[in-house]
Design a protein around this ligand. Sequence first.
Ligand SMILES: [Zn+2]
Length: 295
Amino acid sequence: MTHFISLTATLRSEGQGLLVKIQPSGLLTLVLFGALMTDEELLRYSRQILLPEIDIDGQERLRRARALIVGLGGLGSAAAMYLAAAGVGQLTLVDFDTVDLSNLQRQIIHRTADRGRLKVASARDTLLALNPLIQIAAISKQLNDAEMQEQVEQVDVVVDATDNLATRLTINAACVRARTPLVSGAAIRLEGQVLVWRPGRDGACYQCLYHNAAMTSETCAQTGVLAPMVGIIGSIQALEAIKLLTGLGETLDGRLLLVDAARMEWQMMKVRRDPSCVVCGERMNKDQSSNRIQG
Ligand SMILES: [Zn+2]
């Protein structure tokens, strides 16, 4: 049992605070933090701060972090809501579409009353209601390659929650060029997959992989999807993004996660960089430095 009682902000002056953790053994841990997290933030994120792997430092990293979420459908709903709730400081939402009745079965960031509204506007309202302490930028257009590149360069992590191959490859190429970590997810029927790409690692990028990957050309509109499937995959994307932003654990880079929910089978496939990949092949040879978030 590892119950911690956390007394937060018992001492605070000039933007500094002292976090006191009392362990069951009676041992006191004192953490002096110099950032500007308020009492409200400390309480809001307290269950996350209690995790030794996150702590005040990790929460501060999340607070300073910028994430780009492309696609506010089913995957983006779960990913954006968890990233907002967890305290990722700046979210940029990109989607050109409007909310349709047929979206509501799985795109839970939107409400019935949002039908006809821009998805980014509807999503922004939900996210700010969930956590008014974060900043949200909404872009309601289909970005061309240059515009996507510009957005990708401004963030610490990209969550690809789109549903078509062409956009996925555009986002992937932009991330590799910008050296911005990418969390790519897909879900259809009762199947899902997640791939993480990180600069300076040996793992495959989406371009390396897509010849072999299932679900690349089908969409939910054509094939159908069971509602919780996008929630599962979108939640994993949020988790991997938080790991990338905080340095927690081992991310999915170099491994493709495949979920068959009908049989509830989870598989992991090692996916190495293709040396001849037109996107990441040459670049990686001169790219041995570790990624910029953890560095
Ligand atoms: Zn590649």
